[in-house]
Structure formats: structure tokens, C-alpha cells
Design a protein around this ligand. Structure first.
Ligand SMILES: NC(=O)c1ccc[n+]([C@@H]2O[C@H](COP(=O)([O-])OP(=O)(O)OC[C@H]3O[C@@H](n4cnc5c(N)ncnc54)[C@H](O)[C@@H]3O)[C@@H](O)[C@H]2O)c1
Ligand SMILES: O=C(O)C[C@H](O)C(=O)O
Length: 316
């Protein structure tokens, strides 16, 4: 079988880490595209020169021409500005919509059969725009946010309980904004509901307080990194998260990953991209997995969905 091809649109902070991770894992040949001349060429040359040390055997090419993404199996889009301290992700909609419009046209023309994973912010709106412009089926255009949001929630829980991050299973729903919904009731450590463990440690009242603080930190985790970096946003963990999605597609692993996917009635949402658990395999976003929400969780989901809907309504 011919080697798989991964096109990365945007050669900035996340794009560079994505290229390196694709190479280290030998997911396929990599093309890194950016409009800045020399940037993708320089980054990919640097990565390729590590091949003899790391022992990976794939091609890593930088380009300013969309023609080079032809035949890509997967396209991951990070083109767009990151926010600065004091900004919300939604503040990026105007500038990043213009960038996404040209990117989606490039993908449509040169990689019409690709599975597209959007990372650019504001995430839910940028995925929507990318799908509208490419016209690709909804199962072939998704967004990365939930893998990262859930990973952050899982990390905070593991640190709090003093257990391995590998044994925490956490899930978030909703849009990639301050109203996202970390689902405490469905979060567990080796199958044990997380609140049981927190209550054993602290008693019921303090456990609820500790969990509320972790939920709040998860919702603000992107902003926490932005405030520290001052000149950009998180890039290692978003890249790892998108690679998990790309790998599940390329290997047809059918991993269940929180994904920004197009809903057609699931969770009571119709005709909107929003974060939910999705089976990702060779068919792209193959299936949305549903779960029962209680009244409080549904109210949080409704609030998050409304925020996404209101923002998407402003897209030209
Ligand atoms: N979904 C998530 O979980 C998540 C996480 C972190 C960051 N982000 C978002 O991802 C985006 C990228 O973040 P970053 O840290 O890599 O930013 P960055 O500024 O380091 O890189 C962005 C790159 O996009 C390029 N670019 C601009 N216009 C372009 C165009 N028309 N075509 C192709 N490339 C173009 C720039 O030259 C730059 O190299 C931002 O919008 C950020 O908010 C999303
Ligand atoms: O917070 C940001 O602006 C970047 C990204 O969406 C994140 O969650 O890290």
C-alpha cells in the first residue's frame, strides 16, 4: 500500500509540532503549508534532519503551494491567529474567517477526498465554515477541541488524586468555549466514579468544592496558558489531541473521541457542529455516541450549544 499523506495547513506553533509528531509516529508523508515563505520549508528541513537520530522514515516537505497537498488522506488546519491575553476565542472570528475561507477553498480544490480536522479558533464556527466552503460531507469535516478539553480535565483529576493520568477517563461536551461541559458524572478512575474517590478523600462538601474548582479550571484552561505565554496559545497538547484523531482515522481504530461533529438530532441538537463523543474510523466521524444527561447537565449543554449557535449565526 502507498504511504499515507498528511497535509498540515498552517506552519506556526501547532503546525510544527503536528509535523514532528506525524514523523515520529511514521503516520505517513507530511506536507506543511503556510503562506509565509520559508517558514514551512525551514521547519520541515529541521524536522527531516532529525530522522537519522529519531529513526523515522517518512518525507516531510514544506510548501507555499496548495498543489503539494494533492492526494492527502488527512488535512489538519491550524491556519489562523491565536488569541492574546484578555481576548476570547470568539474575538478571532472576523480575522480567522477570512483565513479559513481561503484555506477551505485550497482544500476543496486540491484534496477533495481528505478527512479534515480543524483546530483554528473559534473552533466550532471555523469547522462550520470549513465544511460550508468545501462542501465535503459532514463526516469528513470535524474539529479538535474535546480531546484536549477532556485531557485537561483528566490531568487535573489525576494530579488531585495522585493517580496515573492513564487511569482517568474523562469526557467533555459542548462548544470549545467558557461554557463547555465537563461531565463529572461520567468521569471515572479505573471505572470508579470520580466523586466517590473525592468524597473518600475529603467528605461530600469539600469534594464538591474541589470538583467545582477543577471544572472551572478546565473551562478556563486555554486562557490559563495564554495568560502565561502572553504571545500565543497552547500548542503541544492541541497537536497531540489532533494526532489522536488523525491516527484513529488512518488506522481505522474506531476510537471514541470527544469531537466537534455535525449533529442531526443527537443530544436534541439539529444542524449544528458541537462537541460530542464520536467513533472515528476510516469513514471519518462514523457515529455519534449518545448518553443520558440529567436536568443540570442538559441545562449546561443547552447553554453551551446556544453560545455556539449565536456565534455561528454571525458567520457571513
Ligand atoms: N482547537 C483547539 O483546541 C486549539 C488549541 C490551540 C490553538 N488553537 C487555535 O489554532 C490556531 C493556530 O494556533 P498556533 O498557535 O499554531 O498559531 P500560530 O500563529 O503559531 O500559527 C498560525 C499560522 O497560520 C498561518 N497562516 C495565516 N494565514 C494563513 C493562510 N491564509 N493560509 C495558511 N496559513 C496561514 C500563519 O502564517 C502562522 O504560521 C489559532 O487560531 C488558535 O487559536 C486551537
Ligand atoms: O485558548 C486558546 O485560545 C487556545 C485553545 O483553544 C486552547 O484551548 O488552548
Amino acid at each position: 500500500m502507498a504511504r499515507r499523506k498528511i497535509a498540515l495547513i498552517g506552519g506556526g506553533q501547532i503546525g510544527g509540532v503536528l509535523a514532528q509528531l506525524c514523523a515520529l509516529r511514521e503516520l505517513g508523508d507530511v506536507v506543511l503549508f503556510d503562506i509565509v515563505e520559508g517558514l514551512p520549508q525551514g521547519k520541515t528541513l529541521d524536522i527531516a534532519e532529525a530522522a537519522p537520530v529519531d529513526g523515522f522514515d517518512v518525507q516531510v516537505k514544506g510548501t507555499n503551494s496548495y498543489a503539494d497537498i494533492a492526494g492527502a488522506d488527512v488535512v489538519i488546519v491550524t491556519a489562523g491567529l491565536p488569541r492574546k491575553p484578555g481576548m476570547s476565542r470568539d474575538d478571532l472570528i472576523s480575522v480567522n474567517s477570512k483565513i479559513m475561507t481561503s484555506v477551505a477553498e485550497g482544500i476543496k480544490q486540491h484534496a477533495p477526498n481528505a478527512f479534515v480536522i480543524v483546530i483554528s479558533n473559534p473552533l466550532d464556527a471555523m469547522v462550520t465554515l470549513c465544511q460550508r466552503i468545501t462542501g465535503f460531507p459532514h463526516n469528513r469535516v470535524v474539529g479538535q477541541a474535546g480531546v484536549l478539553d477532556s485531557a485537561r480535565f483528566a490531568a487535573f483529576i489525576a494530579w488531585e488524586l495522585g493517580v496515573s493520568v492513564k487511569d482517568v477517563s474523562a469526557v467533555t461536551l459542548g462548544g470549545h468555549g467558557d461554557d463547555m461541559v465537563p461531565l463529572v458524572r461520567y468521569t471515572s478512575v479505573c471505572g470508579i466514579p470520580v466523586m466517590e474517590l473525592l468524597e473518600q478523600k475529603y467528605g461530600a462538601a469539600k469534594a464538591a468544592e474541589v470538583m467545582a474548582a477543577m471544572v472551572k479550571r478546565t473551562r478556563g484552561a486555554g486562557g490559563e496558558v495564554v495568560a502565561l505565554l502572553k504571545t500565543g496559545s497552547a500548542f503541544y497538547s492541541p497537536a497531540s489531541s489532533a494526532i489522536a484523531m488523525a491516527e484513529s482515522f488512518l488506522k481505522d481504530s474506531k476510537r471514541v473521541l470527544p469531537t466537534c461533529a455535525f449533529l442531526k438530532g443527537e443530544f436534541g441538537v439539529d444542524g449544528l457542529y458541537v462537541g460530542v463523543p464520536v467513533v472515528i474510523g476510516a469513514g471519518g466521524a462514523e457515529r455519534v455516541l449518545q448518553l443520558k444527561l440529567n436536568a443540570e447537565e442538559q441545562a449546561m449543554m443547552d447553554k453551551s450549544v446556544k453560545a455556539v449557535k449565536d456565534l455561528v449565526a454571525t458567520l457571513k
